[in-house]
Design a protein around this ligand. Structure first.
Ligand SMILES: [Zn+2]
Length: 510
């Protein structure tokens, strides 16, 4: 029977784990010294090794001949856990077993010592899916667990877990696995399996897997099965995932850049005729824009960034000329159009190709964008900056960090405080934040002023605190820059008189 690569090559000892060195070495040491806790919580995104680690730990505590903390893989305990026949190791998938009765039944068995192994191990996957009453049953056991019991809870959504559960467990945060480590693991498996694959193809698999070993090996599996020739190439990987080729993207964005609507639409039509999926192509366009924004604002020799780029280094050299003609504001504008389009794919019952066509038309000509206010605000800002430049004032780029209101900011000659006026793009900003009601409500409690190339946001402690921090800050900054161009953003804590019960009231437009 064919066994999926990720199952076949699932690590069987702590030493075989990849990308979670600190976690696996600590667990290994605890097992070796017999200092295993009674409850562990493994948190992290999918495919990062949580369940694999849980299985290894279950073996390690039960193994008859452990080797330096690692399970031997040979004894009765190791073998019965590996083949799933060990009755003392219970794997519960809370996603499908979340009724309190199921869990209570299992937890009731805690009073009985293990029958064949040293420890009874409960591995509860996706533990955040348990109901409140199931959590209470679990909590009671976690408070006074018998010494022969080991709980290993795993979750992808740590924030949905009650604090009382978290505080009773030894917690490990599993991080996404670095592309380097993923590629190395895939190379190892490919060699063992006699799969011939180019480095470029492996590199793309490692990027697309987004830190998950399981996804990387499943991709390798699929590509090896469907490859066109003896060797898996980068085009096999693209074909397997329906990813568009870079050439079409470069052609499309060149057409958009030169506002050639007909040409741009013909590229979309060609992709569509070639039975490309509009959703996949849209995601590729978003990746293109995101990478372009990153490339513009950073050193493209940076290894960390380069490894995460959707494009290969070669492709990047080719798009460099196109990139140099696009400003960051334009790219942010593209990003907002594409994100709106992505949202409308699931919202409206219109052909995806039509929506994609509309997006391309909007990108070709910003004046066609729905948010006319956003554009007019931007235009006025451009005029203002042109005036500044012609009067000899240097227009600076936005500060990378939030400027604290107490810190003195170098003032441009015309940025006298009395010249500050309400931020003209306020309404446009509220428009852009329509999809973010919570954030929009916070913004509605703030006043915004504009003076020279600085936007000052005035609000109470709470509102300012919210806006200065993630997840709001990036969105706020991106939106303001899209509307007003390169501006500094400052915060000022002031009591703003507002009707907090009615967030639709704005204080900017007297
Ligand atoms: Zn063993």
């Amino acid at each position: 029977m064919y066994q999926a690569l990720y199952r076949k090559w699932r690590p069987k000892t702590f030493d075989e784990m990849i990308g979670q060195d600190s976690i696996s070495s600590l667990l290994k040491r605890q097992a070796a010294e017999g200092k295993v806790s009674h409850a562990y919580l493994f948190a992290g995104t999918r495919g990062t090794g949580k369940t694999t680690s849980a299985k290894i730990l279950a073996k390690a505590v039960n193994c008859e001949h452990p080797i330096d903390g690692n399970p031997c893989g040979e004894c009765f305990a190791c073998r019965s856990i590996d083949d799933g026949s060990a009755t003392d190791v219970l794997e519960i998938d809370a996603a499908s077993n979340n009724r309190v009765d199921d869990v209570r039944e299992l937890i009731d068995e805690v009073v009985y010592p293990p029958t064949l192994l040293k420890k009874r191990v409960y591995i509860i996957d996706e533990v955040h899916m348990l109901t409140d009453s199931a959590f209470n049953a679990l909590l009671k056991t976690l408070e006074e667990p018998p010494e022969y019991v080991l709980f290993i809870l795993a979750t992808t959504e740590l924030n949905e877990l009650p604090a009382t559960i978290i505080s009773r467990c030894m917690r490990f945060d599993f991080k996404r696995i670095e592309p380097d480590a993923l590629a190395a693991r895939c190379r190892f498996v490919a060699n063992q399996e006699n799969i011939s694959i180019t480095d470029e193809a492996l590199g793309l698999i490692a990027k697309l897997a987004d830190g998950a070993v399981r996804d990387a090996l499943s991709l390798l599996d699929a590509c090896a099965a469907w490859k066109n020739s003896g060797e898996v190439t980068i085009s096999d990987v693209r074909e397997q995932l329906g990813i568009s080729d870079n050439d079409a993207l470069v052609e499309l964005f060149s057409a958009i850049r030169s506002r050639d609507v007909a040409k741009a639409l013909s590229v979309i039509a060609r992709i569509h005729e070639g039975s490309g999926d509009p959703s996949v192509f849209l995601e590729d366009m978003i990746s293109f824009v995101r990478d372009s924004i990153i490339a513009k604002s950073s050193d493209k020799k940076d290894k960390y960034l380069r490894e995460r780029f959707f494009f290969s280094t070669d492709a990047f050299e080719r798009i460099a000329p196109l990139l140099s003609t696009l400003t960051s504001e334009t790219l942010l504008y593209y990003a907002s159009v594409l994100e709106d389009t992505l949202a409308s794919f699931s919202k409206y019952n219109i052909s995806k190709k039509t929506l994609l066509d509309m997006a391309v038309i909007k990108m070709c000509d910003p004046t066609m964008a729905v948010s006319v206010k956003a554009v007019s605000a931007r235009l006025s800002e451009i005029e203002r900056r042109l005036a500044l430049i012609s009067s000899g004032v240097t227009v600076t780029a936005p500060a990378p960090e939030v400027t604290e209101p107490t810190e003195a900011v170098p003032q441009s000659p015309i940025a006298e405080p009395e010249q500050r006026k309400p931020f003209a793009g306020y309404a446009a900003l509220r428009d852009m934040l329509q999809g973010e009601p919570a954030m929009s409500a916070v913004v509605s409690k703030c006043r915004m002023y504009q003076s020279a190339n600085t936007i000052t946001i005035e609000g109470d402690n709470f509102a300012v605190g919210k806006l200065k921090a993630e997840p709001y800050w990036q969105t706020l900054r991106g939106s303001i820059i899209a509307i007003a161009g390169n501006v500094n953003i400052e915060f000022s804590i002031k009591k703003v008189v507002s009707n907090e019960n009615d967030p639709t009231i704005t204080f900017m437009e007297e």
